[in-house]
Design a protein around this ligand. Structure first.
Ligand code: HEC
Ligand code: HEC
Length: 301
């Protein structure tokens, strides 16, 4: 196997392996499921080791190469280092890199995978993190109906065209094409969540102007990534649209793009949702290159 492909397979194996957690029960995929565009639909807030409940909704993972900053508040800007956060977090995987190294060295599975990926079977934390990154960078979603229409391989229905215009008039300054996010930090008018009172980007920058600012999520694959927002407060797209049409524009933190408010009729909402659904990428969701690696993680006969 060619080295890049071998590194991707190693990263994919690590991503799905609960061995990365202290009690061998939680893998990256426990919170980032391929069938949810690598988000987690059962839970508003993420669930980690020993039923710990986190403070934020697990984001979908795709098109990561285009994101300058990671996490809802941009706390991390390097994919390699990001993985250390969930691995060592006491409520997520609660494991140490040293212990993972021990487990990997003494497994039958990993030494040959490191050998194929790196030319020798030395197992280091840097190699683990690089392989995880390599796999995550392969998670590209770019074959939705919207993309095919742009390539003149498909056409929008009249309802989708109407929804596209509503999107352009109301959403695109923040959820910009073709990634459907500028990946900058904004406040879209959500009332602070009462459980955690999460102040978002302010945590990272200590600049009061960033209070309650969160990273703009992509609008791709929304059918698979609910519940929505950093705390998973909405389950349905209709609730999200109702939020945007009922925002209190006097909210001090609200980003400029929304200061004039958004008004949408019931028909408009249906059209806009029809357009948003054209951003679902079924090829990505069911791509067997991204799912559980049976070849490495199931016992072979
Ligand atoms: C217990 C659930 C849980 C586990 C396990 C978990 N994550 Fe996450 N992940 C989250 C949550 C929640 C966030 C958002 C955190 C934040 O914004 O503070 C996140 C954020 C991320 C991000 C940033 C995405 C973005 O759009 O900003 C990446 C990349 C990521 N996780 C990869 C991983 C990898 C790799 C692993 C395994 C080593 C992993 N995660 C394990 C819940 C989890
Ligand atoms: C001021 C910039 C801005 C504008 C304009 C905007 N949004 Fe958002 N949107 C955001 C931010 C920021 C979030 C994340 C907020 C959070 O979780 O705290 C978000 C979240 C979302 C989500 C949740 C996605 C997820 O994965 O959780 C959806 C869906 C959404 N917006 C749709 C829309 C639609 C449709 C429009 C136009 C009607 C729109 N947005 C206009 C900034 C914006």
């Amino acid at each position: 196997m060619e080295a890049t492909a071998a590194k991707t397979l190693l990263g994919r194996t690590l991503f799905y392996d609960p061995l990365l957690s202290a009690d061998n029960t939680i893998s990256c995929a426990s919170c980032h499921s391929p069938y949810n565009a690598f988000a987690h639909t059962d839970h508003k807030l993420s669930h980690g080791i020993r039923d710990s409940i986190g403070t934020r909704n697990a984001p979908a993972l795709f098109n990561l190469a285009w994101q300058p900053k990671l996490m809802w508040d941009g706390a991390s800007h390097h994919l390699d280092m990001q993985a250390l956060a969930p691995i060592t977090h006491p409520g997520e995987m609660a494991e140490s890199i040293e212990n993972i190294l021990k487990k990997l060295v003494s497994s039958n599975t990993y030494p040959p995978l490191f050998q194929d990926a790196y030319g020798n079977d030395s197992i280091t934390s840097q190699r683990i993190l690089k392989a995880l990154t390599q796999f995550q960078l392969t998670l590209v979603s770019s074959n939705a109906k919207y993309d095919r229409v742009k390539l003149n391989k498909d056409t929008f229905t009249s309802q989708e065209i109407s929804g596209y215009k509503l999107y352009q008039a109301n959403c695109k300054l923040c959820h910009a094409e073709p990634l459907f996010s500028t990946y900058s930090f904004k406040n879209n008018g959500l009332a602070p969540d009462t459980n955690n009172y999460d102040i978002g980007r302010y945590n990272v920058t200590n600049d009061p102007k960033d209070s309650f600012f969160f990273k703009i999520p992509s609008l791709r694959n929304l059918s698979y990534t609910y519940p929505y927002m950093h705390d998973g407060r909405y389950r349905k797209l209709r609730e999200v649209l109702n939020h945007y049409t009922s925002i209190i524009t006097s909210n001090n933190n609200l980003s400029l793009e929304l200061k004039n408010g958004i008004s949408l009729t019931t028909n408009d909402k249906a059209d806009l949702i029809a357009f948003l659904l054209t951003l679902n990428d079924i090829d990505f969701i069911f791509n067997t290159d991204n799912t559980f690696p049976r070849e490495t993680l199931l016992p072979q006969e």
